[in-house]
Write a protein that binds this ligand. Sequence first.
Ligand code: ZN
Length: 522
Amino acid sequence: MYWADKIVEDIINSQKHQPYWVDDMFTPSGYAHMGNIRGPLIHDLLYKILKEKGKKVKFTYVFNDMDPIDGLPSFLEKDFLKYMGFPLRAVPSPEPGFANFADYFVKDFQKILKSIGVEVKFLSSWEMYHQGKFDEVIRQALDQAEKIQDIYQRISGSQKKALGWLPLQVICEKCGKIGTTRVFKWDGQKVTYKCEPKLVKWAKGCGYEGKISPFGGQGKLAWKVDWPAHWKVIGVTIEGAGKDHASAGGSYDIAMELCQEVFDYPQPFRFAYEHFLIGGKKMSSSKGIGLKARDLTSLLSPELVRFLFCRTNYREAIEFNPVGTLAIPDLFDEYDRCAKEFWQEGKQSDLGRVFELSQIDKLFTKEIFLPRFRLVATYLQMPGINIKAQFEQEKGSKLSAKEEKILKQRIKYAQIWLEKYAPEDFLFRVQPKLPKEAKKLSLLQKEYLAQIALLMEKDWPKEKDLEDKLYEIARKLNLSPAEAFKAIYLLLLGKSHGPKAVALLLSQEKEFLSKRFKEVLK
Ligand SMILES: [Zn+2]
């Protein structure tokens, strides 16, 4: 059974976690990276499968925009240092056209998620706090601060916090920061706090001391308390977590315990999903490892982005490094394989199911011809070639409108791949002058080229006829096909390998070829 179907089966069989409400979240303190797509995509799958089974289900995605800025993307390090410690929503946007700092990154990620078919209602933490929706859970948390500390200690083995610790931070009335305030007294109406110069390393408090109501958006719960508080406020019954948070004794465990013990709210269905790795390393925006989510959606079509996340079991790490590798053509090949499986076996096959759930607009229920991505990329490097005609020849008939649309899309992404990501090895260009590598040609190879030169003076309406000849001549000369084609590649590309030799020859102008043959044979 496909892994997401299995999770849904477990949810339904538990007979708990109703009404079904799937939720996930993101802190918009910078551009989302590729790996950040995994969470919302997994949750989107659960939502869609529950819906498919006729269940009533809701799906929300929370942006934690009340959190303080505690680190900056490198391009903002210079100008935005002065905003460290402020709530994300209270800082100006890095670029005009956005309401604030959080909004800038929120809009970016929203656009990406929508483009890959994630159907979710977006929520803002800041708004829910300011609408007073958190007032009740704030009161519960402040009243039970001791108990919360005990749970922290019991679950994570952490040290007991300072006497009078309260799980809340308020926005300083004097300087506007939230990351620097220490709340130390709660009288049932108001909290007393100090904006500490040295509470955190990344921001400096102003020293102000005050008394303020923690309600209506003036205060925010500490993150491990804030998480289960969201579950209760929203009504969440299903929420997974990335491996980072889900380690034993980590924030997910603590949140689950607080959910039940402090907020008296049933624990959501839990599951932990693995990392997204690039070159074996965990993605990290701050260390500059990996690509932004928006880069991924610009180098792959939306279905392929979904596919990348749908195909891998949530318990396994996704390893994807598109830079200088064949990861992208390989991904397209796998996609095509799953498509065929779907057309032949239907959704009962796991691979077929992956294809089905990767679709965004319409599902192609009947088999269609898919032009292989790496061939598209190969043909693109042969200027004289008619790509559509090549694939029609391969298919044996004209491409349908749908197939042509897919071909156009693949051409677009293959161009991007060739320009930015393809390994040097895959790139070839017909050299305008005789490449110096042609000196490596053996006498036998030169003899071979001399005979090919004669052949190329004729017209070859059928590729196959010429191809047969290329093999036949090699055989007569006692030259292996590999050595024979290498001669053609050295002559035209200056490399020992290349695309299909016959197609390469036929894509060249006759005059150009004849000149090249003369040069090498003189
Ligand atoms: Zn202050």
